[in-house]
Structure formats: C-alpha cells, structure tokens
Design a protein around this ligand. Structure first.
Ligand SMILES: *Cc1c(COP(=O)(O)O)cnc(C)c1O
Length: 380
C-alpha cells in the first residue's frame, strides 16, 4: 500500500525529488532474504541522499535489525529522530566524544590502538567493533597492528572498560567478485578472527560484506551484512535487479524558438544548426546535476528523451525539445526508475563518468523533497 506521507506544498512549480520508500522496503527484503545473518542498514550521508531517518525506519520495518553510519554526529542524529535500534559508527577522530556515544548506546568501531585506549578511558562497558583493514590501506587497523590491537582489547575487556561486540572489515574489490584480491581479503579476515579468538575475544558480530559482496559471495556474509547502496537500488556488482528509489522532476519555466546560429549558455558550447525549440528547466549543478553531463545527457519531456544543450549552469539547464508540443509548466523527468522511459541515475552517472553513489549523495539541499510509501509495515 502506498501512502503520501509528505506532500504539503504544491510541487508542480519547483524541482522535486521524490523518494519511494516502497522501493527501499523491497530492496531491504531482498537483502534480508539473501543475508546469512543480520542486515545492518547503512544510512550514512543522509541515507545516500534519500533521508537517513526515513530509510532507517523503512529498512528496520522490512528485515534490517541494525543501523550503520560513519560519524558519531550521524548516529546522534538518528537517536534525536527517535530511532532506538542498535547503531554502529565507524569513522571518528581519536578524541571523539566516546562518552556521549556510550550514553546514547552507540557501538563504535576502532581502527587503531589509540582509538581503543580513548574509548576504554571513556568506558566502562563501551561496545566496540575492532576494524581490520583487509585490503584498501584506508580505514581499519593494518594487519601488522592487529595482534597488538586484539591483545589490548582483551586486557580492556577483562578490566571491564569495553565489550568487544564485533570484528569488521570492508572489501576493496567486491564489485569485481572474480578478482583474486577478494579471496586474499576473505582469508585475511578469517585470519583476523582466529587471532582475536586466540587472544581470548569472542565477538558475536563478525561482518565483512557490503552490497556487492552480499549479492555475489555468501562466504563474506559471516554474522551480518552491511547494506547501504543496495537499499536505495544501487548494485555495484551489476548482478541483481534492485529498485531505484529516487525520481527527480522539474517544470519547464519558459519555451523559446531558436534559429540556426543561436548559441546556448555560458561559453556558447552548443549552437543550433536548424530551427528548433528550447525549454528552460530551473535546476543545475547546485542541485546536483553534474556539469560533466552537459551536452551528453537528456531528460524525459512530452514522453520523449530530449537532449541537454549548452553547459549546465548553477541553477538552470536548457533542453532541445525540437518539434514536441511542450509548454511552460510541463514537467520534465530528469531521472527515475526508468519505468516511463526516463533516464536513470545510472544513465546520469555514465554521462558524468562517475558512479551512481556520487549522483545520489550529491543532490542539492534546496530540492523540494516528497515521499511515498510508509516506513512501517502495517501502518494504514
Ligand atoms: C559505506 C559502507 C558500507 C556500505 O557499502 P555499500 O556498498 O553502499 O552497501 C559498508 N561498510 C562500510 C565500512 C562502509 O563505509
């Protein structure tokens, strides 16, 4: 059942970002069915631009049991929004407010001995996940530091300062499941679990996979899968049909006839070579349309794909509508799930030589948001 949850203002008059929580619900159910253990809904970066609290509530109602974010600020925001599910925050400076995290009942990941000591000082009883860098030289402890991190964690746990609730890693090449790096990373994670066990730790949560590995390799699932992109319909492994959750529309502001020789936009990068009609849309790179898509992308208008012409500006974009019967006030679909032939976020990503994640997390805050779908399973 679909419920219009937020549609307060008239929405035909401005660019509108529509979030379909039924899509998030369906995607979550798919992952809950695939995961061997629990599903953690990763709602960092405002739920990948879809609204952290709404995505979190929806995911929790459809099979996710935990929430994951990067910073403590994001975790506190979830608590302030009334979400009381278990939350893990994994990316914080060593002098973060660990005490506040503990008071808010937030699990924290530690990537270093310094982090572990700081959390233990703020204890007692802080719940930590030891984070191993399996293959990206990025977040998490280097394998060479792992035995010492486990040994220290055991001491702090026995002293009552912390509880080691979990061990985590994150794969660098999961979007290419056949690559040999995946086997090496899986083995490194297995080794890390052994080292932890030998040090006297027995964490209940052991988690390595995100969206791509969850869909392609059950050997990475362990006790929990951390799913972010997949919840909002992005599959980096390109193996599974997920449902995109965003639709971006904009009304035509004005229509103008253009003669051959008419130059469009900054730099006059496009010049009409025939008589045509141009439509102006009131959104641009400040709203998240990548400048790189200038002259490459299109939108759906009057049922047809119409090319973007000239350079995308900060606040506006020009579309060549040719002979189509388009009038001011008509609605263009910039992207959506593709059901009506409109471009998708994946199309925009390819026009901009980027990934879907960057498009959805880069949408501007001035877009008017509307939502359909209820976050709760049995709500009318
Ligand atoms: C972002 C992130 C995830 C989620 O990854 P997706 O591919 O978006 O599912 C999981 N774990 C960590 C550590 C992350 O940073």
């Amino acid at each position: 059942m679909t419920v219009v949850a937020v549609a307060a203002r008239s929405t035909g008059t401005q660019p509108r970002l529509h979030i379909d929580l039924d899509a998030v619900a369906a995607n979550t159910r798919l992952f809950a069915g695939r995961a061997g253990g629990e599903v953690m809904a990763v709602v960092k970066a405002d739920g990948f631009g879809h609204g952290a609290a709404a995505v979190a509530r929806t995911a929790l109602a459809h099979g996710a049991t935990r929430l994951g974010v990067t910073s403590l600020a994001e975790a506190f925001a979830l608590r302030a929004d009334g979400l009381d599910a278990p939350v893990l925050s994994w990316l914080n400076p060593v002098d973060a407010d660990w005490q506040a995290a503990q008071l808010a009942n937030i699990d924290v990941a530690v990537p270093s001995l310094d982090h572990l000591r700081a959390v233990a000082e703020a204890g007692p009883g802080s719940r930590v996940h030891l984070h191993l860098d399996v293959d990206m030289a990025r977040d998490g402890a280097a394998p060479g530091d792992w035995p010492a991190l486990c040994a220290a964690a055991t001491r702090f746990e026995r002293g009552g300062r912390i509880r080691v609730a979990g061990i985590m890693g994150h794969l660098g090449r999961a979007d290419d499941p056949k690559h040999a790096a995946n086997a090496a990373a899986r083995a490194r994670f297995g080794w890390a679990l052994e080292v932890a066990r030998a040090a006297g730790l027995c964490p209940a949560d052991r988690h390595l996979s995100a969206t791509a590995a969850t869909l392609t390799d059950p050997r990475t699932h362990h006790t929990m899968c951390r799913i972010g992109a997949g919840l909002v319909g992005i599959d980096p492994s390109r193996t599974t049909a997920l449902r995109p959750a965003l639709t971006l529309t904009a009304p035509v502001i004005t229509i103008r006839a253009a003669q051959p020789g008419t130059a469009v936009g900054y730099g006059h990068t496009w010049v009409a070579d025939r008589p045509t009609t141009l439509a102006l849309l009131p959104l641009g790179y400040a709203d998240g349309l990548p400048l790189m898509a200038s002259g490459r992308g299109d939108v759906l208008l009057a049922g047809r794909r119409c090319p973007l012409v000239g350079r995308i500006s900060m606040d506006m974009t020009v579309v060549d509508v040719g002979e189509l019967p388009v009038a001011a006030g008509d609605l263009a679909t910039v992207f959506g799930p593709g059901d009506a032939g409109e471009p998708t976020v994946r199309d925009w990503a390819s026009w901009a030589d980027t990934i879907e994640h960057e498009i959805v997390t880069g949408l501007g805050s001035r877009l008017h948001h509307t939502t359909t779908g209820t976050p709760l399973r049995n709500q009318p």
